[in-house]
Write a protein that binds this ligand. Structure first.
Ligand code: SF4
Ligand code: SF4
Length: 322
């Protein structure tokens, strides 16, 4: 009997949602398991590090890695899986662009540690102890994974062949990516496996999006009653559909929520946040400095909004240290 190709799944700095999206394959997981053997999937199967180490280089046909990279352990696993795999796919917005964990790059490493271990009201840490790579507690030596200065997207750590976008990606995109990899039907290396065009092109509300918008004030969802059939931007509600890749089946729009950009930029855009800022700025209808300030102030947390998923892979990559 011919051996089936092998696939692996791994998570780095992840909320677990991307793992859930694999579980959401439902009966399609049977199609995948008929075509391939899953040889590593820590969240679901009890394989060990040494099982991966024992494989030949390139023995895994395709590995899907979700989550951003911030710890030594994650970097080590990403490098090991890269060596053992013919293809590595960045699975989900965190691996693709740094994702929500990448927002930590607005702060320096020490600020993150102080906040997490000393300042949050639910933490009781009177001695202000911070985790160290090597420490001794109750006479025992303890070793923890090192915590890096910055959050990185997967391709800032290892070579990535393909990207499956989304927070999380749809199960359909994951299924198609795995099947295309196993059947050798993939597009050129480096492709993002979703639509090429922006979400607006396939949005069910696109017919109500005017060519030219003139906005005097941006509103938040709770500040207005909005028409569930009409383009959000046409109602002065911020929607990042014009600066975001399509292919998500407009899940948020169907749930009556504006796009927040999790599929990342289209192929011709380098920095999704800058693109979002530029298209919104082009809609502002004023030349008066005071009024411009007032309109800009109606956008809450602009940096967090425009770079929610892509800060770690943006041009600046976060706060400039110091
Ligand atoms: S992409 Fe979204 S769902 Fe996936 S690990 Fe990151 S935050 Fe979670
Ligand atoms: S701006 Fe948003 S609601 Fe309007 S067409 Fe684009 S994706 Fe749809």
């Amino acid at each position: 009997m011919t051996e089936k190709p092998k696939i692996a799944l791994y998570w780095c700095s992840s909320c677990g949602g991307c793992e859930e999206s694999v579980v959401d394959l439902a009966e399609d997981i049977l199609t995948v398991s008929e075509m391939a053997d899953i040889v590593f999937w820590p969240v679901a199967l009890d394989f060990k590090y040494k099982d991966v180490e024992a494989l030949n280089d390139g023995e895994i046909a395709a590995t899907l890695i979700n989550g951003a990279v911030r710890m030594d352990e994650q970097e080590e696993m990403a490098k090991l899986l890269r060596r053992k795999s013919q293809l590595v796919m960045a699975h989900g917005a965190c691996a693709h662009l740094g994702g929500v964990p990448g927002l930590a790059n607005f702060f320096e490493r020490q600020d993150v540690l102080d906040r997490s271990y000393k300042e949050v009201p639910t933490v009781k840490n009177p001695e202000g102890t911070l985790p160290e790579v090597q420490s001794v507690a109750h006479g025992r030596e303890l070793e923890l994974s090192g915590f890096h200065d910055r959050v990185r997207a997967l391709d800032q750590v290892v070579d990535v062949d393909y990207y499956i976008p989304g927070c999380p990606p749809t199960p359909e995109l994951i299924r198609d990516a795995i099947i295309m990899a196993l059947e050798g039907r993939l597009p050129p290396k480096g492709s993002v496996l979703a639509e090429k065009k922006a979400l607006c092109d396939t949005c069910p509300r696109r017919d109500s999006r005017p060519e030219r918008l003139r906005i005097k004030e941006f509103k938040r969802l709770h500040q207005t009653e909005w028409d569930p059939e009409k383009c959000f931007l046409n109602q002065a509600l911020i929607c990042l559909g014009p600066a975001t890749r399509g292919g998500c089946m407009a899940r948020c729009i169907h749930a009556n929520m504006p796009c927040r950009g999790c599929f990342g930029p289209t192929d011709d855009v380098r920095d999704q946040g800058a693109k979002s800022l530029s298209f919104l700025a082009s809609m502002i209808d004023s030349k008066d400095e005071k009024e411009l300030e007032r309109i800009a102030d109606s956008i809450p947390d602009p940096a967090g909004l425009f770079y929610r998923y892509s800060l770690a892979s943006s041009l600046l990559k976060g706060k400039i240290p110091g």
